[in-house]
Design a binder for this molecule. Structure first.
Ligand code: FAD
Length: 692
């Protein structure tokens, strides 16, 4: 091994003698011209380790003898080191721009020192959570006719036609406190057009701001790869460039993420950088390898002789690893089998690192940096993992079938808007040495779910929609199919007590987190519009509950809150009505007044009659058809202007739901008039997506 590597020159962009031999025209092999070409190239190698200018001169001298080997005239390692410094400087500028927001959000009373570890806070995992009282949405017999006419898609003349409602008001106009934490404006809230341009969707999933990051990064990458370097003649730079980007690629995907600590940008929102930077690494490694094969192929028997060296063998092992990693991460593979994706990703990465290190040990500092991130993440993940008891209940009507998960043993430690990763480890949790292995296996296969509750004495709640493999199994484990059948029978009057099958089942789960969360504290804003689509209600509920808790203590500047939830069928509302009723309950808060309204829109003809409007709590409207986000946001701006004395502190709009929801919200905010925008103190959009 040592012998085979010893013929490498001290700098990576220097061609090996074997490559130089390969570059010499076959006809010249053995002739005096070939000998002189090799001698000239060898001179280049030794000079290339000196100053770039000397190396440059030597290169041009070599070019006439070996035209294929127009080697790079700068040393790759120092050059790429400076390229990485440039990337760090750009990051530092972003960090400085975000710092005031990060500090103000982190120092807000309910955010201080929280959001790292799930804690029991005195909660007991052995005490099943209290069941929320069942809803009685039936009118007396006399009203039955009205109830059945209450379908606006069929009967626009119904006496019980759904109608919009007035908000409920908590607190009193001259009540306590009400300043909230400091609000640091986002740059995009300075003008409606800025946000609209930044979030303009160029391609599905690619708003302009993401594309800009990609273009800047790709520009730097091309510059780094091509500056005074011919990639077709000198493939070294491509390989070193690829390896030099590994720390960035790893840093962007860690759940315990330094970039997030410094800028407030959640790890799942950095995933697109991980993906495109990762793909550029794969491309560069393949360019590097192909160029060598192409060069060797010009000399008969050269490929075979090159494969006698460890250098080339290990290089090929690394190439196979990186290509395996790439194929395993294709969207089709990821969607078909997440486990296969994960296995090829982790295995491919380790395999690649080992092979690259043996292939070229000077790359070690990059791998060490990547492993510092990786190691820290895994230690922190272990520290943030809990094994606890969960009580699972099926909710067949909610979003086409969901499971409610209550974790009474975890009552605090997360911030509203954060998510956890969870996996059931039932039925029999092993003991002894097998336990950590079982926990690790479950943790690897855990899925992310947003907290559906703010920290409270009853514990963490999750609402999990059945989508694919694991969420369907969870639903079945909770008794979802029987519950759905019971609900149907009850609807047909064949079952007296449909609630009977809904008793919570007890399971052991591994929960890891909490992670991410919004970069802003919403109690700092004068107004808040929370938009949820389908299962996105979970994220929204925790934000709302948290805001109301802060408000009750006089710690919120917020005066106007509008929640808009789009669902396909009103059955979803029925399932969540006890929670919403609890939220809307009148409460005697000593704080300054806050008005809250919840509008639930259903977008398809209901399968069962929607609940009558007069049986819904005050402040809650069930409305047919799609919401007009433009009008809702305009009205919220006006309400902020009217309810705040002095200068309003802006309106925050959060959204969580299907991809197109984000474009609709950004479009609506972008269309606001400048005067309305100013009167509300600016409008900011905060997005949460249930994807990567
Ligand atoms: C930050 C975040 C918060 C979320 N919050 C909620 C919530 O509150 N309620 C809710 O119902 N849904 C939520 N989701 C979506 C939820 O995570 C998915 O619906 C769930 O992972 C699907 O798993 P499955 O096995 O049923 O489906 P599958 O069909 O097996 O997987 C669906 C997709 O999920 C991906 N996936 C599979 N396994 C994993 C894994 N271990 N880690 C990450 N991705 C994986 C795969 O790419 C696959 O394409 C959230 C997602 C994210 C990213």
């Amino acid at each position: 091994m040592a012998t085979s590597l010893s013929y490498l020159a001290p700098v990576y962009n220097t061609p090996s003698p074997s490559a130089v031999v390969a570059a010499v025209p076959t006809s010249a092999v053995g002739s005096s011209s070939a000998t002189s070409a090799i001698a000239t190239a060898s001179a280049t190698m030794s000079m290339n380790t000196a100053s770039p200018s000397v190396a440059g001169a030597a290169t041009s001298a070599t070019a006439s003898a070996a035209p294929m080997m127009a080697v790079s005239t700068v040393k790759s390692f120092p050059f790429l080191y400076h390229i990485n410094i440039l990337i760090l400087v750009l990051f530092a500028i972003f960090f400085v721009a975000m710092l005031p927001r990060v500090i103000s959000a982190r120092l807000a009373p309910r955010a201080r020192f929280t959001g790292f570890f799930l804690l029991s806070g005195g909660g007991s995992a052995n005490t099943p959570p209290a069941r929320r009282p069942a809803e009685n949405l039936q009118h007396d017999e006399d009203d039955t006719q009205t109830l059945h006419n209450n379908n606006p898609f069929e009967d626009g003349q119904s006496m019980m036609m759904p109608r919009d409602v007035s908000p409920v008001v908590f607190g009193t106009p001259g009540g306590l406190g009400g300043t909230g934490p400091m609000r640091v404006r986002s740059l995009l809230s300075l003008h409606p057009l800025l946000g609209a341009i930044a979030n303009y969707s160029v391609l599905p999933g690619w708003p302009l701001r993401k594309l800009a990051v990609f273009i800047i990064y790709f520009g730097i990458y091309l510059y780094a790869g091509l500056y005074r370097n011919n990639p077709f003649a000198s493939p070294y730079r491509a390989a070193v460039l690829a390896v030099s980007q590994i720390p960035l690629v790893v840093a962007c995907v860690m759940k315990n993420n330094f970039i997030q600590y410094l800028t407030g940008v959640a790890y799942e929102k950095l995933n697109y950088i991980h993906r495109f930077a990762g793909r550029l690494i794969v491309l560069a490694i393949n360019v590097h390898a192909l160029q060598w094969f192409f060069t060797w192929n010009r000399t008969p028997g050269k490929i075979t002789s090159e494969y006698q060296t460890d250098l080339v063998r290990w290089g090929t092992v690394g190439l196979v690893a990186v290509d395996l990693l790439f194929v395993g991460s294709l969207p089709a593979v990821r969607a078909k089998s997440y486990s296969l994706f994960l296995a090829t990703h982790v295995l491919g990465f380790f395999w690649f690192v080992v092979a690259m290190y043996i292939h070229y040990p000077q790359t070690l500092p990059y791998f060490v940096t990547a492993f510092v991130f990786y190691g820290y993440d895994h230690i922190a993940r272990a520290a943030r993992t809990r094994v606890t008891t969960a009580y699972i209940t099926p909710q067949p009507a909610l979003n086409g079938g969901s499971t409610h998960v209550a974790l009474p043993g975890l009552t605090t430690g997360w911030r509203a808007g954060q998510h956890v990763r969870m996996r059931v480890v039932n039925p029999s949790l092993p003991t002894g040495v097998a336990l950590p292995l079982a926990v690790l296996a479950s943790r690897i296969r855990a899925h992310p779910f947003s907290a559906a509750s703010a920290p409270n004495a009853n514990g963490l709640e999750l609402i999990i929609k059945k989508v694919g493999g694991s969420t369907r199994s969870l639903y079945s484990l909770a008794g979802g199919e029987e519950a759905a059948l019971n609900e149907k029978k009850a609807g047909m009057g064949m079952l007296a007590d449909p609630e009977a099958a809904f008793d919570a089942r007890r399971v052991k789960v591994v929960v890891e987190g909490p992670y991410s969360g919004p970069a802003a504290r919403f109690e700092a804003y004068s107004g808040l519009v929370l938009v949820a689509g389908g299962s996105g209600i979970t994220y929204t509920l925790s934000l709302l509950q948290d805001l109301l808790a802060v408000h009750a203590q006089g710690g919120a500047a917020t005066r106007v809150v509008e929640l808009v939830w789009s669902i396909t069928d009103p059955g979803s509302l029925v399932a969540l009505l006890p929670t919403l009723r609890e939220i809307l309950q009148p409460r005697a808060a000593p704080a300054a007044s806050l008005q809250l309204r919840i509008r639930v829109h259903y977008t398809r003809a209901p399968r069962t009659p929607p609940p009558p409007a007069d049986l819904l709590p005050a402040g809650l409207a069930l409305l047919p058809g799609r919401p007009s986000y433009g009008r809702i946001i305009e009205d919220a701006c006006d309400a902020v202007r009217d309810s705040v004395q002095g200068s309003p502190r802006g309106l925050a709009v959060t959204h969580c739901g299907p991809g197109e929801l984000g474009s609709q919200i950004h479009g609506a905010v972008g269309n606001l008039s400048w005067s309305r925008w100013k009167e509300a103190g600016g409008v900011e959009v905060h997005a949460e997506s249930f994807g990567w």
